[in-house]
Each structure stands twice: as structure tokens, then as C-alpha cells.
Design a protein around this ligand. Structure first.
Ligand code: NAD
Ligand code: TYD
Length: 360
């Protein structure tokens, strides 16, 4: 039985990954989830798995060396799946330091503890161990509007404090692979959407605002392009890279699904119109009149697009969920989890929202 140490498993992608893994492997794996439960971490995301014998939650900060090395001392970890990070670009523009702390120093702690636990006395590492570092396509910078893709060989050109901190963490992983032959892979994925995403990110924010008749803030001219991937497809890609990815390699993961932000907003409005019954009083609110163009994000990357050719050729992974289907599944999930949304948007979220969008 393989033991997975998942960091940041109470967040959006981490919790989807844990659900995916238990649905696929059931009792044949063990998962230890270590999460500091920042504003983005929510144990409600994991309530269906919390009573499993083969699941353990540890509340700890990945920057806390003692706490992390204790987990490695007490458990024979086979795979680390490292999601824990500060993940929101807008927050990184307002407060970069915590991004360096968690994303760079926290990754260094995770790498050091895994290395110490996995290395053999005579050199090399124990068989079958792997550290999967979950990263983003934003490390590659911005593409021109009229073409081009991010490849694994594309130069790193991060622009935001978030992407700079993720690029730094990738570089650390690469340095461990080059220097120590540390067994790792890096995955650089495009924008995810789906259940359990915190409503500071575009898609859940627009769904939530539209349902509440609130303005839909679109940055700049709304024509920035992102390559959207359904989160379950990402979870599957990570599992496949752990199983089949060649050690020391980087794999780009993307949705073949480029869309301008304004297109995303319009698709959400149209889908909400289709899905809400006529008897639902919220239906009348859901109109294009809510769209409000606001001041552009500082240093806003124009376009991201992934070429997932390598992961397809070597690992056999491809995106499966078409956007039309994925957005319906996502909206359905938010319809069915109104309490989840109420809980996460109470308290600190209100302060964040006021500071971020007070002018709109
Ligand atoms: P998220 O913000 O939803 O979740 C992050 C999780 O990490 C939370 O549970 C939080 O409590 C935890 N965390 C934060 N700081 C911590 C610390 N110091 N110690 C322990 N836990 C801590 O993020 P997400 O969207 O699920 O992203 C997960 C990973 O995937 C990140 O590394 C991100 O860079 C990467 N990624 C995200 C996307 C995307 O579209 N969301 C795309 C590509 C890559
Ligand atoms: P976001 O979901 O924050 O992801 P990222 O910045 O990591 O790509 O934003 C996706 C796109 O949507 C990005 O171009 C910024 C834009 N955006 C808005 O136009 N309005 C918003 O309120 C938010 C949160 C994002």
C-alpha cells in the first residue's frame, strides 16, 4: 500500500485530488493531508473522507521544519504531492511576502525533509519514492494574442509575485533533481475550475455574484485569455504522472480550451439562465447588465496557452471534460452547496471583497 503525503489538501485542487484518489484506489492507498488551514483551506471540502481509516489530517505549516520532519519520521511516505501554496495573483500583488514564505521557503522545507527521509546511506534514494511538485503555467509569463504555446522548454518569465514565487519553487525542485538526483516531477498546469474553488477566482466569483445580483467585475478590456481545465482532469494528470512520468521531467498540463475572460462571463450567464428554473427568483437577476469593466490588474498577463503534447505522448493523459460540460457540473455543484458558499464568504472574505472591489 502506497502512502501519499498531500500538502494543501484542504484547498481547491488538493481536496479534488484526494476525492479522486479515494474514488479510484479506495482502500489501496493511504493519504496524509498536511494543511495549515489558511483562508483558502477548508476541512468541509473533505468531510466525506474524514472518517476513513486510511486518511489522516495534520494541521501544520509547511514552513515548520519540526512538524514536517516528524511526519516523515513517523510514516514511510512513498509520494509527496505538493499543492500547498498561496495561490491568488491579486493577493500576491497586495501582499507578496507571504507568497515567498509559503511558496519558496515552504517548498524548501518539504524538499529537505523528503530528501533526508528518502536518501540512502551509500548515496542515492530509496526505490519508488517520488516528489510531485504542483506548479502553474504562469511561470512562463505571457503569450502574444495572435499565437504560440507554452512548452516545457519555454523560458521562465514570471511577472506577478505569485508566479515569481512559483517559478522560484520550481527552480528549487529542479536544483534538487540536478544536484542530488532527487526523485521528482514538476507539473505546470493551466487555470483550473470546478467544485470547491474559493470565490476569489474568476469562475466561482462570477457564479456567486450573478446568483446574488451583484456586479460582475471584468478587469481591463476583458480580452485576456486563460486555458481552462476541469479540476478532475488535473487530478487525473497528477496521478498519471506519479505512476508513469519519467523521473526528473517536467510535464505541462492544459485544457486545449482557451477563452477570453469576457467569453467565460457570458458562458456562465447563459448557462445559469438555462439551468435556473423559471420559478427561481434569482433568474431575473442573471443578465449581462451586471457586467462591469473595472480597472485592470497590475502587470496583467495577456494570454496563457499550454501545449500538452509531452504528457500525452509519454504519460497518455489528455483533457477529457469539455468546457460546456465542466461548467455545468461546476454550476450544479455550487447550486447544491449554497451553505459551503455562505460559510466561505462570511467573515474575512467580506473584508477582502471590499478592499479589492470597493471602486466597482
Ligand atoms: P488554494 O489556495 O485553493 O489552496 C491552497 C491550500 O494550501 C489551502 O488549503 C491552504 O490552507 C494551504 N496552505 C497555504 N499555505 C500553507 C502553508 N504555509 N502550510 C500548509 N498549508 C498551506 O490553491 P489551489 O488553487 O488548490 O492550488 C493548489 C496548487 O496548485 C498551488 O500550488 C497552485 O500554485 C497550483 N496551481 C493552481 C492552479 C489553479 O488554477 N488554481 C493552476 C495551476 C497550478
Ligand atoms: P484568476 O481566476 O484570478 O486566475 P489567474 O489570475 O491565476 O489566471 O483570474 C482569471 C482571469 O480573470 C485573469 O485574467 C484575471 C481575470 N479576473 C477578472 O477579470 N475579474 C475578477 O474579478 C477576477 C478574480 C479575475
Amino acid at each position: 500500500m502506497k502512502t501519499y503525503l498531500v500538502t494543501g489538501g484542504a484547498g481547491f485542487i488538493g481536496s479534488n485530488f484526494i476525492h479522486y484518489m479515494f474514488e479510484k484506489y479506495d482502500k489501496d492507498i493511504r493519504i496524509i493531508n498536511v494543511d495549515a488551514l489558511t483562508y483558502a483551506g477548508n476541512l468541509e471540502n473533505l468531510k466525506e473522507v474524514s472518517s476513513r481509516d486510511n486518511y489522516t489530517f495534520v494541521k501544520a505549516d509547511i514552513c515548520d521544519k519540526d512538524a514536517i520532519s516528524k511526519i516523515f519520521e513517523e510514516n514511510d511516505i512513498d509520494h509527496v504531492v505538493h499543492f500547498a501554496a498561496e495561490s491568488h495573483v491579486d493577493r500576491s500583488i497586495r501582499n507578496p511576502e507571504v507568497f515567498v514564505q509559503t511558496n519558496v521557503l515552504g517548498t524548501a522545507v518539504m524538499l529537505n525533509c523528503a530528501k533526508a527521509s528518502w536518501e540512502l546511506e551509500g548515496g542515492g534514494f530509496k526505490e519508488g519514492k517520488k516528489f510531485l511538485h504542483v506548479s502553474t503555467d504562469e511561470v512562463y509569463g505571457s503569450l502574444p494574442e495572435d499565437g504560440g504555446y507554452f512548452y516545457e522548454t519555454s523560458p521562465y518569465e514570471p511577472h506577478s509575485p505569485y508566479s515569481a514565487s512559483k517559478a522560484s519553487s520550481d527552480m528549487l525542485v529542479k536544483a534538487y533533481m540536478d544536484t542530488y538526483k532527487f526523485p521528482a516531477n514538476i507539473t505546470n498546469c493551466s487555470n483550473n475550475y470546478g467544485p470547491y474553488q474559493f470565490p476569489e477566482k474568476l469562475i466561482p466569483l462570477i457564479i456567486n455574484n450573478a446568483l446574488n445580483g451583484k456586479k460582475l467585475p471584468v478587469y481591463g478590456d476583458g480580452k485576456n485569455v486563460r486555458d481552462w481545465l476541469y479540476v478532475r482532469d488535473h487530478a487525473k494528470a497528477i496521478d498519471m504522472v506519479i505512476q508513469k512520468g519519467r523521473l526528473f521531467e517536467t510535464y505541462n498540463v492544459g485544457g486545449h480550451n482557451e477563452k477570453q475572460n469576457i467569453e467565460i462571463v457570458n458562458i456562465i450567464l447563459e448557462t445559469l439562465q438555462e439551468m435556473l428554473p423559471d420559478s427561481d427568483p434569482r433568474k431575473a437577476n442573471v443578465t449581462k447588465d451586471l457586467i462591469t469593466y473595472v480597472e485592470d490588474r497590475k502587470g496583467h498577463d495577456r494570454r496563457y496557452a499550454i501545449a500538452p503534447d509531452k504528457i500525452k505522448a509519454e504519460v497518455g493523459w489528455e483533457p477529457e471534460t469539455m468546457f460546456k460540460e465542466g461548467i455545468r457540473l461546476t454550476i450544479k455543484w455550487y447550486f447544491e452547496h449554497e451553505d459551503w458558499m455562505k460559510n466561505v464568504t462570511s467573515g474575512d472574505y467580506q473584508n477582502y471583497y471590499r478592499t479589492m472591489y470597493e471602486a466597482s
